[in-house]
Design a protein around this ligand. Structure first.
Ligand SMILES: Nc1ncnc2c1ncn2[C@@H]1O[C@H](COP(=O)(O)OP(=O)(O)O)[C@@H](O)[C@H]1O
Ligand SMILES: [Mg+2]
Length: 233
């Protein structure tokens, strides 16, 4: 699904966070969103998901202006969001969480349970376990798996590596890459874990104080001064 963000400004009440942000993601593309804490990355994800609405500018999905659509209407068009901190239901079982994902898709789609468990075999052994008792990495897999149950065309991920063991981060990155290649799913991923971003994305956009201040192929970003300048690495 092609995503076009044109000159969006957004924030919370009187507070403007994002200013005049524009970028494009091709159908099937993977774009990484970089920037230090507090620079507006999660606000961008919320804006794309429809949790907050831009006060200016437009967001287009395959050419359709979705800027004013609420989250469920965007979900109906194939947008799924994996929020920062995972947002699973801790008191429901793994199976029930996945079922909630299928319902959230809301489009009477085929049941993707077998495919999702194929991507995340870890979850198959834990279907009857309460989600709150899973490890951090397993919870993240469940959050992504729940998103996949909606049969998404665009996946928005907010720092999926946050608080997860390095080996599981690699595994999650590899699985996201596989999903992208096999299903052609477009991905926008916020990450501070640069190896994860560089293994997965082909293009990166960098935020500083709510503005998109640099962009380019991961190769270009890696070779340039951008990382030192905006990420203090
Ligand atoms: N719900 C909110 N209400 C008011 N301000 C917020 C809210 N959420 C985030 N902010 C502010 O917006 C700015 C960007 O935050 P955020 O998008 O979460 O950054 P990042 O994800 O890059 O760390 C910060 O200054 C933050 O304090
Ligand atoms: Mg954030």
């Amino acid at each position: 699904m092609k995503l076009e963000v044109e000159n969006i400004t957004a924030g919370y009440g009187n507070i403007t966070v994002l200013r005049d942000v524009s970028f494009k993601v091709n159908d099937g593309g993977v774009v990484g969103v970089l920037g230090r804490n507090g620079m507006g990355k999660s606000t961008l994800i919320k804006c794309l998901a429809g949790l907050i609405l831009p006060t200016e500018g437009t967001i287009k999905l395959n050419g359709e202006d979705i800027s004013k659509l609420l989250p469920h209407a965007r979900a109906n068009r194939g947008v799924t969001t994996v929020v920062q901190g995972r947002g699973i239901f801790p008191d429901l079982t793994v199976m029930e969480n996945l079922e909630m994902g299928r319902i959230a898709g809301g489009r009477g789609k085929r049941n993707r349970l077998e495919e999702v468990l194929g991507y995340f075999p870890h979850l198959r052994e834990r279907l009857t376990q309460l989600a709150g008792t899973l490890s951090g990495g397993e919870q993240q897999m469940l959050a992504i798996g729940r998103g996949l149950m909606t049969d998404p065309k665009l996946i928005l991920l907010d720092e999926p590596s946050d608080g997860i063991m390095p080996t599981l981060v690699e595994q999650i990155a590899a699985t996201l890459g596989e999903i992208n290649r096999r299903e052609g799913t477009t991905i926008v991923i916020v990450e501070q874990n640069l190896p994860m971003i560089f293994s997965l994305a082909e293009y990166c956009i960098v935020f500083e104080k709510g503005k998109l201040v640099a962009e380019g192929t991961c190769e270009k970003i890696q070779k340039s001064e951008i990382l030192q300048e905006y990420l203090a690495i």
